[in-house]
Design a protein around this ligand. Structure first.
Ligand code: FPP
Length: 242
């Protein structure tokens, strides 16, 4: 079966899942954190090389303060509770986004686990935190502009590969599969540049209920799709035959 090398997930529907059960929204995030644990474990077992999770967007700061604080606490708990699981399973933890905006009680265990797991090679788990795809591109443009101004880079040599080197996802395999839970069919400022050729999957399951069996269904569907990368179906077949 063809496996995606890199899976991105927009973990949507926590609030609706909780509210439809008469529970506070934060309960949805809490059960959603259990889904994060299960999907991380399953991805590692299946052999996915990179898993990138949209855990907190640049725009999520505008949510009610109690929800933002609750989400930050769940992140801290995840980083502390999963530390040994991540290290024992040779997973490298990464983070993308405006990390400096996160409170120290999150950045401290985050930096510690990033450093402790830096040499792990079995899977990269990237948490997108205070992340926005447009913000990420704007940051890359700022850094690239600085290098042009400093004479380190000639503007006329900039191509797709040059630009890619300025993105925080540089070095990860291309995103092959993007999953969004909850039935909404939007990208919501997630990996905009990186999903150029990703297969998109919108699943009608809320994130707190999304577990490894749903991931397996997505992987089966992925394996059945034909990825053409701008070529024709016939060209792909002749490539395989030649
Ligand atoms: C979107 O659902 C989800 C989020 C904004 C947060 C995702 C966070 C977690 C799954 C838990 C903590 C993360 C980790 C990595 C341990 P929503 O609240 O927008 O749902 P709604 O659209 O139904 O309101």
């Amino acid at each position: 079966m063809t496996l995606p090398r890199h899976v991105g997930i927009i973990m949507d529907g926590n609030g609706r899942w909780a509210q439809s059960r008469g529970k506070p929204r934060l309960e949805g995030h809490r059960v959603g954190a259990d889904s994060v644990r299960d999907i991380t474990r399953a991805s590692r077992e299946i052999g996915i090389e990179a898993l990138t999770l949209y855990a907190f967007s640049s725009q999520n700061w505008l949510r009610p303060i109690d929800e933002v604080t609750g989400l930050m606490q769940l992140l801290r708990e995840f980083l502390i509770d999963e530390r040994s699981e991540i290290l024992d399973n040779q997973i490298r933890l990464e983070a993308i986004g405006d990390i400096e905006k996160l409170p120290p009680f999150v950045t401290e265990p985050l930096h510690e686990l990033r450093a402790a797991s830096a040499n792990n090679t079995k899977m990269v788990l990237t948490l997108a935190l205070s992340y926005g795809g447009r913000e990420s591109i704007a940051r890359a443009v700022r850094e690239l502009g600085r290098d042009v101004a400093a004479g380190k880079l000639a503007a006329e040599t900039i191509d797709v590969d040059t630009f890619d080197r300025y993105l925080p996802t540089h070095g990860l395999p291309p995103v092959d599969l993007l999953i969004r839970t909850s039935g909404e069919q939007r990208i919501s400022n997630f990996l905009l540049w990186e999903i150029a050729y990703a297969e998109l999957m919108f699943i009608d399951v809320q994130w707190p209920e999304f577990r490894r069996e749903h991931l397996r269904t997505c992987l089966d569907q992925y394996a059945a799709r034909e990825r053409r990368f701008g070529l024709t179906s016939a060209q792909l077949t002749s490539d395989v035959e030649s």
